[in-house]
Design a protein around this ligand. Structure first.
Ligand code: NOJ
Length: 740
């Protein structure tokens, strides 16, 4: 097929054109041959017909015809070596034989699924995160996929928002580092390699700040806040060479992101000099009509292309309207040329003009299906994403020879729920998933017994299954309760106003607790949940998110101590929904409360403590880490000096373990108020029991910069607190003076 295509290419562009010209020249040459409709065709993306990741609008016969006519540039939700080949064959029937790009949501793994992204972020392990995306890219590319709609780098401070599961949590610095690791993982050694797929920084921008945590809702914030908190992961992604960006659904200060010239033209394509292309989100061009920003699809298409949205995902507005808009003189054709150029450049970079079928390879697909190496990695990654929240009297780890263990809760024997939301390609995969029951059973001694009772379905409203669960608990020496929210209760369009365990699970827990048996609670969720009663009354709690294909094994590795948990929360856990939004890097206000009992004319609720249930960065280990001898290279610095910070950490417990050491600063006074703490660095260190390690950080004035009210990005001399600790609350502090 490669040969055939090559011959066609010769006729289309002339033999000598290839191999000698730059991609830009090749694209110019191609553009010069294209009609306006063909150019607009490159800007069109449709979804395949087997499944949809948005409100589907497909008329399949038309789509197939349009592909043959060169009126489609890309498809999403078409996957598999065979399927992608079929669609590509249609595209090669078009006049200029321009290949299609195949995009898909490869969000937390592909054939091997890994923890949901928020769980991955809890590992604070950039190496593991990068590797997981490397594997995802290798698997996805073998299934014919060229492009993933990931990473989602939206900072999110509201756990009611269902999409927190897809991001890296509330912190800009952590989120930026993780976003970069993901891009490195997806794009590997560079586009054009067979195992590299294009990444997509989404959702541009501020999607995570939707009012009230309600998905797709508006965002109204100062440009200072936007630039300081929400845009840095995007800016870093652009600078790191991410291939594409995706618009967000929300409006920002009254202008939908899809037509927002400030973020798209001024920042992204202007100041940040981004050379890739921007895809709309599903239908987000057409949605500017209900937003009230365009009177019809025509005006929406005009506004989107002028602002800098290059590809139309499923609005079906560009092909219908852009040619007319150009003919009427409303859209300068240079905007169409620029968008088409950006997309064609990527097709060349991916090598699709050399061989449009190079990713559609059955043999590679087979090798990547159920690949044991990838599963092994998934097991490790799963265990390292677990966060130990509580472990009174060292109940954990459990002994493998515990005589009888009871596993109780709706998730014990679940299969596909362990994938979590956004695992669109795995409909047929349930038999590959290691259930929690099997994972635990496989690691128990032969003479021990594992009992099981479901106790409740995820959304039950009555306790009809409680009695059996209580009876089962009574027979056990230890009870493992596996509770949480349903796997499809977090994700896109999955905002919740009540973020407790769903249904009657909390009542189930209370009933089982009455037996007096020691309980280990595992919480399955895609977001921080509220579980105040459990946190106060259950002695051992681990947060297990959704861990993917190997969930049961990862969980058992931690329960029985093969792996010592080292995860840390990437989001603050609230006491109640009424405390939301609650995040660690807030401002101080003019009347800060000194403690939880101080509520007199201070910034507090009269009926609720100010501090969260579990702070950002929090997580325990089976061992203990003692921080001592914090040491700064100087307490008085000037100009472009570097501050060196060292601290000794001793593993004083009984297990080897990993600790995430966190560095925060506070700029005490400024032209604009500064957060009480800002994460500026972290290191994950492995320390053997009994050993001490010195962990060092450096800070330069670059780390002190912030946006002022005129959007200047600079630092100011003055006093700073330097803080190092095991989480955002528990830190050691030294004050320095740093003059400009
Ligand atoms: C809508 C989601 O917001 C986006 O993240 C996703 O990539 C697209 N649908 C495609 O599935």
């Amino acid at each position: 097929m490669k040969r055939v295509y090559f011959l066609l290419a010769i006729t289309a562009f002339g033999m000598n054109a290839f191999g000698q010209k730059t991609i830009d020249q090749k694209v110019s040459e191609l553009l010069s041959k294209m009609t306006l409709e063909e150019k607009v065709g490159q800007l069109v993306q449709y979804s395949g017909f087997e499944y949809a990741t948005g409100p589907q609008n497909s008329n399949s016969a038309n789509v197939l015809n349009e592909i043959k006519q060169g009126k489609v540039g890309s498809m999403l939700n078409v996957a598999g070596a065979g399927e992608t080949r079929k669609f590509q064959e249609l595209a090669l029937q078009s006049r200029l034989r321009i290949p299609l790009l195949f995009g898909q949501d490869v969000i937390h793994g592909y054939r091997t699924t890994f923890p949901v992204n928020l769980g991955q972020a809890a590992s604070w392990d950039l190496g593991l995160i990068e590797k997981s995306e490397r594997i995802a890219a290798t698997e996805a590319s073998a299934y014919g996929i060229h492009w993933t709609f990931a990473p989602m780098v939206d900072v999110a401070r509201d756990p009611r928002w269902g999409r927190v599961m897809e991001g890296s949590g509330e912190d800009t610095y952590l989120g930026t580092q993780i976003g970069l690791a993901r891009i490195r993982g997806f794009q590997g050694k560079g586009l054009g390699n067979l195992d590299a797929i294009m990444a997509c920084a989404k959702h541009f921008a501020a999607y995570g700040a939707a009012v009230g945590g309600r998905d797709y809702n508006s965002v109204d914030m100062s440009l200072r806040q936007l630039n300081e908190t929400y845009l840095p992961p995007f800016k870093a992604a652009a600078e790191a060479g991410v291939a594409t960006f995706m618009n967000s659904f929300n409006d920002i200060n009254g202008i939908p992101a899809t037509a927002n010239k400030y973020i798209l033209r001024d920042l992204l394509k202007g100041k940040w000099n981004f050379k890739g292309f921007v895809v709309s989100d599903w239908g987000s061009i057409g949605e500017m009509v209900p937003h009230g920003y365009a009177k019809d699809n025509k005006e929406a298409a005009e506004k989107a292309i002028l602002a800098g949205s290059d590809m139309d995902m499923e609005s079906r507005a560009y092909m219908a309207e852009l040619p007319k808009l150009v003919q009427e003189g409303k859209v300068d054709p240079k905007f169409i040329d620029d968008a088409a150029r950006r997309i064609l450049v990527k097709k060349f970079e991916m090598g699709l003009f050399d061989d449009p079928y190079r990713f559609s390879n059955e043999k590679r697909q087979k090798e990547q299906t159920n690949n044991q190496e990838n599963r092994k990695f998934g097991r490790e990654f799963g265990s390292k994403s677990i966060v130990l929240l509580k472990n009174e009297k060292n109940i954990l780890p459990l002994s493998r020879s515990t005589k009888t263990i009871a596993l109780i809760g709706p998730f014990g024997k679940e299969t596909s729920a362990n994938h979590g939301f956004w695992s669109v390609a795995f409909k047929d995969d349930s038999q590959r998933i290691v259930t929690q029951f099997d994972g635990i059973k496989n690691q128990l001694d032969k003479n021990s017994t594992l009992l099981y009772a479901k106790g409740a379905n995820v959304d039950d409203q009555d306790g009809s299954m409680f009695a059996e669960a209580v009876e089962t608990a009574k027979k056990a020496d230890v009870v493992i309760m596996t509770l949480g929210e349903g796997h499809a209760m977090s994700g896109e369009a999955k905002s919740r106003s009540n973020i407790h365990f769903s249904g009657v699970q909390e009542e189930l827990l209370k009933e089982v607790a009455k037996t007096g048996k020691p309980i280990v609670l595992m919480i399955n969720a895609g977001r921080p949940l509220v579980f105040d009663w459990a946190a106060d009354n259950i002695p051992a709690i681990m947060y297990t998110w959704w861990l993917g294909t190997e969930a049961g094994n990862s969980i058992a590795d931690v329960l029985f101590g093969t792996v010592n948990p080292g995860g840390k929360l990437p989001m603050t856990f609230p006491r109640t929904e009424g405390q939301i939004p609650v995040y660690y890097n807030h401002y101080n206000t003019g009347r800060p409360a000194k403690n939880n009992t101080d509520r007199n004319y201070v910034s507090a609720y009269i009926d609720l403590d100010n501090d969260p249930k579990f702070p950002f960065g929090y997580g325990l280990s089976y061992t203990q880490f003692k921080y001592a001898d914090m040491n700064l290279s100087s307490l008085n610095l000037k100009g472009n000096q570097t501050l060196k910070i060292g601290i000794n950490i001793t593993n004083s417990g009984n297990y080897d373990g990993e600790e995430v050491v966190q560095l925060y600063i506070r700029d005490l006074f400024g032209k604009v108020v500064r957060p009480v703490k800002e994460l500026k660095g972290f290191q994950k260190v492995f320390i053997k029991k009994g050993e001490t390690k010195t962990v060092s950080f450096t800070l330069t004035p670059e780390d002190l910069k912030f946006y002022d009210d005129e959007l200047n990005f600079d630092w100011e001399g003055g006093e700073f607190d330097i803080m190092v600790g095991t989480n955002s609350q528990d830190v050691q502090t030294k004050r320095i003076n740093w003059l400009k």
